[in-house]
Design a protein around this ligand. Sequence first.
Ligand code: ADP
Length: 438
Amino acid sequence: MNNPWRTELWFLGLVTVVGLTTGYVFGYPLLGVTIGTCAYLVWHLQNLVRLVHCLQGGDTHTLSDSKGAWGYVFGRLNATKSANEKEKKKLRRSRDRYRSVTRALPEAAVTLKAEGQIDMINEAAVRLLGLRDPEDLGQPITSFIRDPKFIELLDEGQSTQAIEVVSPANESSKLSLRVVPYGGSKKRLLLAQDVTRLNRLEQVRRDFIANISHELKSPLTVIIGYVESLQDDQESARKWSKPLAQIEQQSNRMRRIVEDLLQLSALETTEVTDDVSPVDVPALIRSICNEARELGGEDNYSFSVDVDDELMLLGNFNELYSAFSNIVFNAIRYTPGGGDIKLRWYEDNHGKAKFEVEDNGIGIAPQHIKRLTERFYRIDKGRSRLLGGTGLGLAIVKHVLIRHNAKLNITSTPGTGSTFTCEFSPLRIAKSEKAKSA
Ligand code: ADP
């Protein structure tokens, strides 16, 4: 494009020359120049008025016929305006797309401003949370969801964890809520999902397993009782020794599965009570170690126990016994005779209490580690059965640890051995009376 200033100067020069020449013809050259300059000024004023009109939102299309610097200004203005129009259309399209996506979401989505006021909501939010669009926009979300757990979750800001609350729109519905930070500057997205049906199904599953386990327990006790009586009877024992031994072995396996299932149901269904007492973990570990020595029999395992005698844990004795013994007995099961099993109980540098079981057994390939705490997940089913495993031991460990706000870490190298570590929060630690008085 030509330099607009040069055109403008040419134009001004032309006006001056024409004014001067015309004035000269009529004998008033100065008057001619003055009239020409005034006309030039009027033209500028006219364009200025058009510019102001256009900036106030008027139509810009009539402006493109201007010449010189004004032509350039109006040309740029038109170009910027049509670029803006295009951008607006694009934004409108993506907003509509976003709206149709959030509308299709079965989850309620609420965007929250930094102070927790409602910014935008989707249709599911109207249904699940009872919010109204646009009446409730700008209101603090805590005026609608008043559960203290939710207020805590909102204050945390960063948590990926979900909580369950009663729906503010319907008291018989349960909602699972998650708060996800987005877009920096403390904005958050609240996602709510109706879990009433899911909870009901989960309850049905739990009840079914608990009931069926209870139902199986009595017939199994009867079968085992009869088998023992038959084995005591010399003639039957002689005649049926092999089948009786097999029935006994399989019934005992079934009984162990039923007992583990019942224990799992109890862990899932009973409430965690707050009145926990200090558990003497060092004594508990020594007792498990004695049992483990018996279980190891003649296989010459070497056990080493390294425990901090002052370190107690606030928790449930029976549950901890069950979790720790499952890990230790697994170490024996999956370590060939003569292996080393090391038990440690200590407070680490971060003040966490740790129970660690290290073996130099068969080890675990990395792809299995994540799934070991699933019910009935076994790497080698045949081997587990042969060794008397139920496939439920580590699921029990997981549940006990959840109930103690603890977690399980597993590190392992196939062919070299494994280390199972239960990690407890410093809040769970209790010191023995001796340690306190020292
Ligand atoms: P199981 O009754 O089969 O031992 P668990 O839930 O206790 O069931 O363990 C699940 C699986 O984890 C086991 O079948 C076994 O494959 C693996 N596992 C557990 N502990 C160890 C260990 N110390 N070394 C190697 N594998 C192990």
